[in-house]
Design a protein around this ligand. Structure first.
Ligand code: ZN
Length: 215
């Protein structure tokens, strides 16, 4: 199953204790949600474009969940049953804009700021905690986390989100990044890997004066 354009991309901030600590942030008492626009989505092999407006664009390797069933105000059991599968996500972030602006919409929402793929792997409900996420830049490992280290697990996250908004088939949920985030520069190749899914690999390019990379 490839990634179709989702109706919405729901992201979770500070969902790994060590990542919250690296920015001096407290772990939230309930999941901290924000949205990325569907236009930010790119696939495996597509270029992440560094926008003119930012001087610091970071990778954030994350475990992505793809919703398979429409749910609203779901229990944790219903939420788990509504997850169609798992994929790799890179929650690319203009860190300088995130720090200087109260809302994260612009910092997280530029075109190409949501690489996802290369495929959706079925979820194995009894082995969720074993899911592993790695992020590499130019072949050097920068992040390595396990789903069991998440502050809020998959079922709790999806159930929580569904209290606020209807989740629909194809919606993508990025479940937060482990410690080790850092900057990207033009010419880098960034990879996010989940063993059951494969490797999501994206080159990084500077924005060209002619316009954005989207056709
Ligand atoms: Zn993130």
């Amino acid at each position: 199953m490839a990634i179709a354009r989702p109706g919405k991309i729901v992201c979770v901030g500070r969902n790994y204790q060590e990542h919250a600590a690296e920015f001096g942030d407290a772990v939230p008492k309930q999941p901290l949600l924000f949205l990325k626009p569907a236009t930010a989505l790119i696939g495996d092999g597509d270029a992440v474009v560094l926008p003119f407006e930012s001087r610091r664009v970071d990778y954030e390797g994350e475990i992505g969940l793809v919703i398979g069933r429409r749910i609203r105000r779901a229990s944790e059991a219903q939420a788990l049953a509504a997850i169609a599968g798992v994929t790799c996500v890179n929650d690319v972030t203009a860190r300088d804009l995130q720090r200087s602006e109260e809302q994260w919409t612009r910092a997280k929402g530029f075109d190409t700021f949501c690489p996802a793929g290369p495929r959706v792997a079925p979820l194995e409900p009894d082995r969720l905690g074993e899911l592993e996420i790695r992020c590499r830049v130019n072949g050097v490992e920068r992040q390595h986390g396990h789903a069991r280290e998440m502050v809020f697990g998959f079922a709790a996250l999806v159930a929580f989100i569904s209290q606020a908004m209807t989740l629909e088939p194809g919606d993508l949920i990025a479940t937060g990044t482990p410690a080790g985030v850092g900057p990207l520069k033009a010419g880098d190749v960034v990879e996010v890997e989940i063993p059951a899914v494969g490797v999501l690999r994206n080159p990084v390019v500077a924005e060209s004066p002619g316009g954005t990379a989207r056709p």
